[in-house]
Ligand binder design. Structure first.
Ligand SMILES: [Fe+2]
Length: 313
């Protein structure tokens, strides 16, 4: 496995690059906009193809690299179901999996720091975002934060993981890089509370100043979606009415580019070809199914929020 922990000193953010092998697919968790150039360089150096960029939650202290990475690598963006980001390619919920070649993250909804906070587990480790930090926990006083929900997320979800599970948070301000669930149970001062009421009282009295970049970052992070206006302006987008008519036309092929897990959750499109976004490039090569189909038919791409379809077009 390839695993890189990368640090943005300005915001104290850790970003994580994961891949199963050189030459394979990669994903990145919590990328920072200012570091996107470095991530691209590293992806090239390690011969990796970035396919998913994921944020654990909508950040208030830095601008996410999700949009820039999507524009530069055509990867898809992933956030939780509750995220205030207007458009992301794929939204996940508790119990879902985020898969790339050779790597599978299990998604745990861990609200509290924000209502869209998620953690991701993989084999021996957990990426905790700002829910559980090393000897700390994420503040709960803005963005629909809720100390009661956070107590639940930490005590009843994260601390139920095996003690030896490695903990990789989204931030650290003291230079710590990794901990374990067992260590946090034993030594995290925020977790030495007798009850949920005690935790709520503790968190409600932290009196922290707002992050310096908060207003700028939150606004920017809600607007990471790919502008689909240009696709529509060129006449390359179909309305739902046009789509409903097109389904019955013999000279049109509907191509569902969602993942299998999305189809299982949301249902399928009758008569549509299924080519997940990650397979699109292969399928469009001269011997590929879509290339052959497109010689005789017009293709209409379908996804969940329009972002992947716009990129496919
Ligand atoms: Fe945060």
């Amino acid at each position: 496995m390839i695993f890189r922990q990368m640090f943005d000193a300005a915001s104290g953010t850790y970003s994580y690059l994961l891949a199963s092998r050189c030459g394979g697919e990669a994903l990145i968790i919590d990328p920072v906009l200012e570091k996107v150039g470095r991530y691209i360089e590293l992806l090239n150096e390690l011969d990796l193809c970035l396919v998913k960029a994921i944020d654990t939650h909508l950040h208030a202290d830095h601008i996410t690299g999700l949009g820039a990475l999507r524009d530069r690598t055509q990867c898809i963006t992933v956030m939780g179901q509750q995220s205030k980001a207007e458009i992301v390619s794929l939204r996940v919920d508790d119990g879902d999996r985020i898969d790339i070649d050779g790597i599978s993250l299990r998604v745990i909804h861990t609200p509290g720091h924000t209502d869209d906070s998620y953690s991701f587990t993989m084999r021996d480790r957990v990426f905790t975002g700002d829910t559980l930090l090393i000897r700390g926990t994420g503040r709960t006083d803005f963005q629909n934060g809720d100390p009661r929900a956070q107590y639940e997320s930490i005590f009843n979800r994260l601390l139920k993981l095996p003690d030896q599970t490695l903990v990789y948070p989204a931030h650290d301000y003291k230079g710590e890089t990794v901990s374990t669930i067992g260590e946090e149970k034993a030594f995290n001062p925020r977790l030495r509370v007798q009850s949920v009421e005690h935790y709520v009282e503790l968190m409600n009295n932290l009196k922290l100043p707002n992050p310096k970049m908060m207003d700028v970052a939150v606004l920017a992070n809600t607007r990471i979606g790919l502008s689909q206006g240009e696709v529509a302006r060129r006449g390359w987008a179909a309305t739902t009415t046009e789509f409903a008519h097109a389904i019955h036309r013999s000279d049109v092929a509907i191509v569902d580019i969602r993942e299998l897990s999305e189809q299982e959750k949301e249902g399928t499109v009758p008569g549509a070809l299924h080519v997940p976004y990650a397979m699109l490039a292969d399928s469009l090569r001269p011997q590929g199914v879509l290339h052959q189909t497109a010689l005789a038919k017009k293709l209409i791409f379908v996804c969940t929020f329009g972002e992947r379809s716009a990129m496919a077009v």
